[in-house]
Design a protein around this ligand. Structure first.
Ligand SMILES: CC(C)(COP(=O)(O)OP(=O)(O)OC[C@H]1O[C@@H](n2cnc3c(N)ncnc32)[C@H](O)[C@@H]1OP(=O)(O)O)[C@@H](O)C(=O)NCCC(=O)NCCS
Length: 257
């Protein structure tokens, strides 16, 4: 097997160099891709925590090399992020041309996912292809289908015949049952559990720790608050929240643990 040395992304270089110096060994990143040359290049749309998260995910466990970030000009603060260039979105084609770079939109669910949706559609119009991030620790049925700019986090399970649209984020430890449909631009942050044949409408947001029973339809653009149990259909553009935890009239040291 040939062992290629490849350039670590800028933000990892100090750590790798320190590691190599400590160990007296050549600079070889550990964890993934030990036998391959990194060839696919990626530009991330966003400069917040989501962008940092996906920079790490793609770098640590995909064959993409993250080359830089783009964001609307008015949100540019400084000229870099994680040691990589941060460029105004207007300049994306000149700095990261679509034939050479794939894109990944890493923006949070602000304004009912409409900002994420708009950036995705704009980049598609400009001719970009999109990366998918599927954690190596996720289990995706070979009979499920995924759109573009899809993320499936660590320890997720996606069942047979599930259909995931474009620009859908499914956070860690979520379970998407068989025959579920998650339509484009939906956002399911962490630990969302969906039984079979659930339908999630476009741009819907399903909060952390939500459980949805089988055959339920969540309308487009709706918001489900963290920790909800959804047993029936949800109308489009509505908000559902669970009963929050209540405080008991006792001190913690009086609780029988
Ligand atoms: C539903 C949600 C979006 C509403 O947020 P918001 O617009 O800021 O609304 P507020 O937090 O002001 O809450 C409004 C009311 O609903 C209640 N409420 C909000 N979320 C709730 C929830 N998950 N469970 C129970 N009650 C909730 C609040 O207590 C408040 O009640 P009050 O008016 O009696 O005080 C938010 O609470 C939520 O659950 N977000 C998802 C969290 C999540 O999954 N994060 C992952 C992101 S990556």
């Amino acid at each position: 097997m040939r062992l290629w040395l490849f350039r670590a992304p800028a933000y990892r270089q100090p750590r790798l160099q320190e590691w190599a110096m400590d160990a007296g060994r050549p600079v070889v990143p550990h964890g993934h891709l030990s036998g391959e040359l990194m060839s696919k290049r990626l530009v991330i749309v966003g400069n917040g925590q989501m962008a940092e998260l996906f920079c790490s995910n793609f770098t640590q466990s995909s064959d993409y090399e993250v080359a830089g970030f783009v964001v609307d000009r008015e949100f540019i603060k400084g000229d870099g992020l994680l040691g990589l260039p941060l460029v105004p979105l207007d300049d994306i084609e000149s700095r990261f041309p679509p034939g050479t770079f794939d894109a990944f939109v890493a923006i949070g669910p602000v304004r009912n996912n409409s900002v994420r949706a708009a950036r995705f559609l704009e980049l598609r119009r400009r001719g970009y292809r999109f990366a998918n991030y599927v954690s190596p620790r996720a289990e995706v049925s070979p009979d499920a289908s995924l759109g573009e700019n899809v993320s499936i986090g660590h320890f997720c399970s996606v069942g047979p015949w599930a259909r995931i649209g474009d620009n859908v984020l499914i956070g860690s430890m979520s379970s998407i049952g068989h025959h579920c449909q998650v339509h484009s631009h939906a956002f399911l942050p962490v630990h969302v559990v969906m039984a079979g044949s659930v339908v999630i409408g476009e741009r819907a947001f399903v909060g952390t720790g939500t459980t949805i029973r089988d055959n339920v339809h969540i309308g487009e653009g709706s918001v489900i608050g963290a920790g909800a149990t959804i047993l029936g259909d949800v109308e489009p553009n509505t908000v559902y929240v669970a009963q929050g935890a209540k405080q008991l009239p006792m001190r913690a040291d009086q609780a029988r643990l």
